[in-house]
Design a protein. Sequence first.
Length: 263
Amino acid sequence: MTLFEYLTLLIFGLVSGSFLGMLTYRLPRSLHFGGRSYCDHCKRKLSWSENLPLISYLVLKKCRCGKKIPSRYPLIEAATAGFFVLTGFAYSANINSGFLDTLHSRLGPATLPFLLLIVMVLMALAVIDIERQILPDALVYILGLIFAVYFILFANNLLFSHLLWGYLSFLFFLTIYLVTKRRGMGFGDVKLSFVLGSFLGFEQSILWLFGAFTLGAVAGLILLAVRRAKLGLPIPFGPFLLVSFWLTVFYGEKIVGWYLKLL
Ligand SMILES: [Zn+2]
């Protein structure tokens, strides 16, 4: 990837992040989306110069009504831009790994845009799960639809074995959900596990689940250590599923390689 391509990803990520900031605010509150951005406080529509990702926040800091622009907006914009650049880097560095090679052999030059679209939905899910402890059905279905289109049009020979793994992931999470009596995770995690598991298929699913629980355990211990979370207080599990999914797609083969070398 050239510097120009990384800059394009950065700008595209900032703009997408601006959209995600709006979507993740309005979707869980059942507000109408689409149309121009407005101030969440006074509802005044924003002019184009008030709506520039990151820059408007850094320059203006507040709306004309006097209310500060919530820091979630620049944070989501910066995080999305960061993840876009990271995705571009991880894609070009691992294009020959088994999983990405399969995707690339079927999607060709559309592979990176396809992966960025997935990253966008993952970001939206993670933001809403962190802020509101829910994974909205609409976003899980959109992700499922994106994967369904891919398998039906480009990889229909893989469809049934992948659906089987999605189903097994679903049963695995359903068991945890029932055993922990809903304290461990929500039903949103169970539905999401079907969608993510069926995209990954057999070997990747195992690594993805292992990674999600490892990340969750490490983060839980850190949060306990700094006393930000008391025992029994729910920490949303969705972000760990999503981060582990990203790592599995791009670095799965390398992680397995490092692990086998350790043995
Ligand atoms: Zn305002």
